[in-house]
Design a protein around this ligand. Structure first.
Ligand SMILES: [Zn+2]
Ligand SMILES: [Zn+2]
Length: 261
C-alpha cells in the first residue's frame, strides 16, 4: 500500500466538529498510514472561538497519547497549527519547545487585527496587490523564524478568489527558496477546494517552483470533520507526481524523513 499521511486536522479541541477518536475510522478507510492532529493555537492574542484555549494543551496531548496507545491500525501524530506573529518569535518558540509534538504547522491567518479568511469583506476597498505582497512577506518571515516544520496553506490569501495584477511567480520563488534555506516543508492543502477558491493551496501553476527549489512536501486535508479526512488525496498525489515530486515528508518527534510515494 502507498504510504500516505494527513497531518492537518482539527477536532473539537479547536474548531473541528468532534473528538479526535472519530477521525480514526475514516482515516483508515481513506487508506492513510498516519493521521496527525493540528489544533489552532493563537498565542499572545485574545482567544477567539476557532482557537484552542492554551489551558487545554495538556489535556489535548494526554488525549492524543491515550489514543496512540489504543490505536494499532494507523499511526497517530501530535501537532499544532500555530499562528505566526512577527515580533513574537522568541515567545512563541519558548512556549512550543517543551511540548512533546511530532510537528508544528505555522500559518499566517492574520494580516493586522483581522484574518484573511474571515470573509470577503476583508478585501473590500483594499489594494489586492498590496495584500498579496504583505501576505507573502509575512509567510516568509514565518519561515525564517525557524519555529515551524511545515507552513500551512502558504497562499491562503487566494481564498476568496481575488487576483492581483502582478505576476506572482517571484513571490512563490522567494518563498520556496526561503523554505529550502530554512529547512521547512510546505503542504498541498486540499481544503481550498471546499472554500470559495475551489482549488488547492498553493496555486497549482506554481507547484513546479517548489519542485525546482527542492522543497519537501506533505499532503494535508485541513479537515474540520471526519468525512473530510484524506479528501481529494488521489488527485493531490497525481498532481504532485505530474509536477515531478516522488517523495513526501513524514514527521516524528519533530524529525523529518522523506518517503517515496
Ligand atoms: Zn489554517
Ligand atoms: Zn487548519
Amino acid at each position: 500500500m502507498v504510504y500516505r499521511t494527513d497531518y492537518h486536522m482539527h477536532s473539537n479541541y479547536s474548531d473541528g466538529r468532534t473528538i479526535p477518536d472519530e477521525y480514526i475510522g475514516p482515516a483508515i478507510v481513506a487508506g492513510l498510514s498516519e493521521i496527525g492532529f493540528s489544533e489552532h493555537l493563537t498565542l499572545f492574542k485574545d482567544l477567539e472561538d476557532w482557537n484552542m484555549n492554551p489551558v487545554n494543551i495538556a489535556p489535548y496531548i494526554d488525549h492524543l497519547q491515550a489514543l496512540q496507545k489504543k490505536t494499532s491500525r494507523i499511526k497517530v501524530k501530535i501537532g499544532l497549527e500555530v499562528d505566526f506573529f512577527a515580533g513574537k518569535e522568541k515567545e512563541i518558540r519558548e512556549y512550543l519547545d517543551p511540548l512533546p509534538l511530532d510537528y508544528i504547522i505555522g500559518s499566517v491567518h492574520y494580516l493586522g487585527e483581522k484574518t484573511v479568511d474571515f470573509g470577503p469583506e476583508f478585501y473590500e476597498g483594499k489594494s489586492i496587490d498590496k495584500l498579496f505582497e504583505a501576505y507573502f512577506d509575512s509567510v516568509c518571515v514565518a519561515v525564517e523564524s525557524r519555529i515551524f516544520d511545515i507552513i500551512g496553506h502558504c497562499d491562503l490569501i487566494r481564498i476568496y478568489g481575488y487576483k492581483p495584477s502582478t505576476n506572482l511567480e517571484p513571490y512563490y520563488r522567494k518563498l520556496a527558496r526561503t523554505m529550502k534555506a530554512c529547512n521547512v516543508a510546505f503542504e498541498l492543502n486540499t481544503n481550498g477546494r471546499n472554500r470559495p477558491l475551489a482549488d488547492f493551496y498553493p496555486d497549482r501553476q506554481f507547484l513546479r517552483v517548489f519542485k525546482e527549489e527542492n522543497v519537501p512536501v506533505c499532503v494535508n486535508s485541513d479537515a474540520h470533520m471526519p468525512s473530510r479526512v484524506g479528501q481529494y488525496f488521489d488527485e493531490a498525489y497525481e498532481l504532485l507526481r505530474y509536477v515531478g515530486f516522488s517523495e513526501m515528508a513524514v514527521f516524528d518527534k519533530r524529525v523529518r524523513t522523506l518517503i517515496p510515494f
